[in-house]
Ligand binder design. Structure first.
Ligand SMILES: [Zn+2]
Length: 166
């Protein structure tokens, strides 16, 4: 079985860590990305959205998934299931080393993921210990002045990838 781990990184200035508002397994945090059909290669025009709290029953058999969708082009059914418990905050150490932090593991059946979009609310902590909540990373870089650390803080150059995990 092949799963895909969503990995993220960013450039930090005086930031110690970054993660979704309620942690990587935040039940209400929505993950947005496009999906590519494994049969015909058609890529969805819009981003699809999955949330841990939001499950749908499978078409066949028992169980649930986080997305059940038919490819608009070839009609093939596919599912996306989230596997919590594998994510870690992106730390200064990883960022400085040019490394990625795992955020969420996905089981894609019939589809492959493409292009994660940074949306939703994020939380970060500065190296001086100041906590920032409800950060919006969908537009511009995050810029603040840290009163406690008496220095500017910034999160920029966000990058993401889906890594195949066997
Ligand atoms: Zn298709």
């Amino acid at each position: 079985m092949v799963n895909h781990m969503l990995m993220i990184t960013a450039d930090f200035d005086n930031i110690a860590s970054l993660q979704p508002q309620g942690g990587c397994d935040d039940p209400d945090f929505s993950y947005f990305f496009k999906i590519k059909c494994g049969r015909c290669g058609e890529v969805s025009q819009k981003e699809t959205c999955v949330t841990l709290n939001d499950t749908v029953p499978l078409l066949q058999g028992k169980g649930t998934a986080h997305l059940v969708q038919k490819c608009k082009f070839c009609g093939r059914d596919g599912t996306v299931t989230m596997i919590p418990g594998k994510g870690k905050p992106l730390t200064q150490e990883l960022s400085e080393g040019g490394k990625y932090a795992p955020l969420m593991l996905f089981d894609f059946r019939g589809y492959e993921p493409e292009g994660f979009v940074f949306s939703g609310a994020w939380t970060a902590e500065s190296i001086a210990g100041t906590k920032y909540e409800d950060i919006d990373l969908s537009g511009e870089d995050f810029n603040e002045y840290d009163e406690k650390g008496e220095c500017p803080v910034m999160i920029s150059n966000l990058r993401s990838k889906f890594e195949v995990v066997k």
